[in-house]
Design a protein around this ligand. Sequence first.
Ligand code: AMP
Length: 456
Amino acid sequence: MIGLQTFLQLGIRREINYTLKSLGIEKPTPIQERAIPYILEGKDIIAKAQTGTGKTLAFVLPILEKIDVQKSSVQALVLTPTRELAQQISREIKKMIENVEGINVLAVYGGQDVEHQLKKLKGIQHIIVATPGRLLDHIRRGTIDLSTLEMLVLDEADQMLHMGFLPEVDMIIRETSSSRQTMLFSATIPSEIRSLAKKYMRDPEFIEIKAKKVTVEEIKQIVIETTDRRKQATLFHLIEEHRPFLAIIFCRTKIRAKKLQDALVAKGYKSEELHGDLTQAKREKAIKRFRDTDIQFLVATDVAARGLDVEGVTHVFNYDIPHDVESYIHRIGRTGRAGGEGVAFTLVAPKDLDFLRMIEKGIHQKLERQVIQGISIPSQEDGKQVDSKQKSESNRRSKERPLSSNRKEDKVSKTKSGKDKRKATVHSSNKMTRLKKDSRSKRNSNKSTKGRRQGR
Ligand code: AMP
């Protein structure tokens, strides 16, 4: 009976129930309600569910119920595509066992100090959360033995496939006991993942969680029409205008992320970059500073930010439009998590239109468009300098552009002169203004509690 069960009724022990309640987690989400009973029964499952559905606890909670603390062997392994996701899952497990005696969990991922990891591996570890590469290192060294493994989770399996980890995943599975229970979680099930499941899973139960809308309802999504040359000024304008409490800015490449980070710092913003060129220590430091709200902005590439779950992210800026629907959903899912509201801006240059259309088709939603006169596109005064022939041509083209179809919903705030371009912003609907105010008051209340966010 969907929606009526409690965690206790699903078979989760009192101590963990208490922890869940203290974190404000009272009612199981659909994926939890459907997956937990199967996992407790020992069945293999394939769960088609995205981040943000509560999928992590859907496997963490029943695994915790099944761990036998009397045994000193590794009983559960969670494989993840990225270090950040491995860290996040192990953090979530640690939170859940705060009131439980004797269960040990270790995160194993590349870039970490091996000696430190080896020392920890000498102790008893019941659950290991790992990325494939580093785990294989340990298997080869003989420092991790998976022959007695009872439960295996392949999390974000489609991402492991996209990142080229499937051969490693295959090697790892072959190191485990064939009597293990296997749980596969993936937002999409491409044919390679289906073959992997066929090869290694026994009569799996299939669970699909269909979101009503593909993207999270609480996220306000806005497209800003601009050009490549005007992107930076547009972003700065949006930041000044909306004053995010915490924001993630997505760039297409490491180089672009680095360049934008330098520009933000030069402007006096508190920001860190997060991409694959940084050492593990630097990446961890950036995430920690962001989580601790020491910085306001994280400039990230897709891979580095995958799985990042930070509370209080009010804004996501797609500085560069993502090139696939999955990435768009993942990116905007960084905000508005677990019921909080969020705003996602996507800066779109004319050459990005095909990607925008593909995203809109994929999420079955037409996104609201806005322009910022004089900032994201040339202002009317700028336009006067263009000879009239050119102007009428560009007007004709802009009327044709599907990108501008929602403009009539916007109200233009008129400027007296062309000097103050900032005033020439095209304000969006009243709803947006409300959101902005809410985000400000949220920021202010956070500011007053944290105290250290002064001087932004
Ligand atoms: P996930 O899909 O695992 O990435 O979870 C997304 C977010 O939802 C995390 O911040 C979880 O702590 C939160 N969450 C998980 N389960 C629940 C629940 N039953 N009720 C409210 N929030 C939840």
